[in-house]
Design a protein around this ligand. Structure first.
Ligand code: AMP
Ligand code: GLY
Length: 423
């Protein structure tokens, strides 16, 4: 089977690595891919947003199966373009991807179908939002309705901060039209867990749990980023929590989307907060998480293509997902200055060290092949993943492996997975 993977981040590198092990795959292409993905796939320089070119390429190469990785093309309807051309594609339609593309939509959905989540109000007018804030309890959470690179959420401790937040999102338009509408949400406390679920439109099956560290600096300080590291499983995602979520979150969400005529096929990422009142949904994403995928897929025993085909064919109920008992930790190596200003183009040394080491992986996120070798080409440069018998061992292994890599301005957090020591 010939497969085309759309995307070029660390998540797609992990997907490409896993797909390349499938016994069904004879050839893998990636658009645009990256320097790490090139080890498993022929990379073609087409933008993830260029649906006509992607479809034309897939037709020319007689692609049998397409996987769309990132949120932007999914929300824009790139999966639909392949479907319209008669191709099999893993990834939700535009109609279904709205569950990530509009926070107002997802909040209304949860309210309508009784899926546990924080109380909220939606505003498309800054004055009304500010009037509401005058009477609200602090801290409070402001969210841009649309996609904002994972950065459109503001946690405000005081009324002043919240008013400033409304200005930033709605008047200064820091995230463009994503802030035309905002959701103002009750502040929740608790442990966060990410659960990625395979979906076939009717059935839904959760993968192993994971936890992300979103802030740039140690101790969850600094700005929000796309994610600085992850671990899997989450020790806080107990059997009881899993049972609760299967009944009250996952299946209910699948059924709700079907009821709305928005059958969801692909990966539904449920961001959960384990509050004192039970698990509640923080957000949905319509795709694999980044860097959650870099710890979840290395633990997965199934042939990924078999699972994805079952999703597309509507027979996920026939599949039993299986994960190794081993734990995994991923530490992101970033360019110093990320998520604000940083320099690019520094040569990366030590990548070959990973080649013959079982249980150690280096997933490229922002790298580029040049005549001088592979160089840094983004804020998040690499994700170093290691496995171990438990989280403590996996974490020690991952930090050991970060030492194998060097490049100028290398920056990482030193406390990824630290919560696990507190138990
Ligand atoms: P989101 O993109 O909606 O997941 O939000 C990004 C981050 O903001 C989450 O991972 C949480 O850490 C935090 N967050 C979002 N919503 C809330 C909330 N209602 N209460 C507390 N923290 C929140
Ligand atoms: N790691 C969070 C996300 O993929 O949105």
């Amino acid at each position: 089977m010939k497969v085309l993977l759309v995307g070029g981040g660390g998540r797609e590198h992990a997907i490409a690595w896993k797909v390349s092990q499938s016994k069904h795959v004879t050839k893998l292409y990636a658009a645009p891919g990256n320097a790490g993905i090139a080890e498993y796939a022929e990379c073609v320089d087409i933008s993830v947003m260029d649906a006509p070119k992607l479809v034309e390429f897939a037709k020319e190469k007689e692609i049998d199966f397409v996987i769309v990785g990132p949120d932007d093309p999914l929300v824009a309807g790139v999966a639909d373009a392949f479907t319209k051309a008669g191709m099999r594609v893993f990834g939700p339609s535009k109609k279904a991807a709205i569950i990530e593309g509009s926070k107002a939509f997802s909040k209304d959905l949860m309210k309508k179908y009784g899926i546990p989540s924080a109380a909220y109000e939606t505003f498309d007018n800054a004055e009304a939002a500010i009037a509401y804030l005058e009477t609200a309890k602090m801290p409070i959470v402001l969210k841009a309705d649309g996609l904002a690179l994972g950065k459109g959420v503001l946690i405000c401790n005081t009324l002043e901060e919240a008013k400033q937040g409304v200005k930033t999102l709605m008047l200064d338009k820091q995230f463009g039209s994503a802030g035309d509408k905002i959701v103002i949400e009750e502040f929740m406390t608790g442990r966060e867990v990410s659960v990625l679920c395979f979906c076939d439109g009717t059935h839904i099956k959760p993968m192993a749990s994971a936890q992300d560290h979103k802030r740039a600096k140690d101790g969850d300080q600094g700005l929000n980023t796309g994610g600085m590291g992850t671990f899997s499983p989450s020790p806080f995602y107990t059997k009881e929590v899993d049972a609760f979520c299967k009944e009250h979150v996952y299946q209910k969400t699948m059924d709700a989307m079907k009821q709305e005529g928005r059958d969801f096929v692909g990966v539904l990422f449920c961001g959960l907060m384990l509050t004192p009142d039970g698990p509640k949904v923080l957000e949905y994403n319509a795709r694999f998480g980044d860097p959650e995928t870099q710890v979840v897929l290395p633990r997965m025993k199934n042939d990924l293509i078999e699972v994805m085909e079952a999703c597309v064919d509507g027979r996920l109920d026939e599949i039993e997902l299986s994960f190794e008992d081993q734990a995994a930790v991923c530490v992101v190596l970033a360019s110093d200055g990320y998520p604000e200003h940083y320099d690019k183009g520094f040569v990366i040394e030590g990548l070959d060290t990973f080649k013959d080491k079982d249980g150690y992986y280096v997933f490229h996120a922002g790298s580029k092949q040049t005549d001088a070798g592979i160089v840094t080409n983004g804020g998040r440069v690499l994700g170093v993943t290691a496995k171990g018998k438990d989280l403590v061992e996996a974490r020690a292994n991952a930090y050991k492996a970060t030492e194998w890599i060097s490049f100028e301005n290398k920056y990482m957090r030193h406390d990824i997975g630290k919560a696990i020591d507190e138990q």
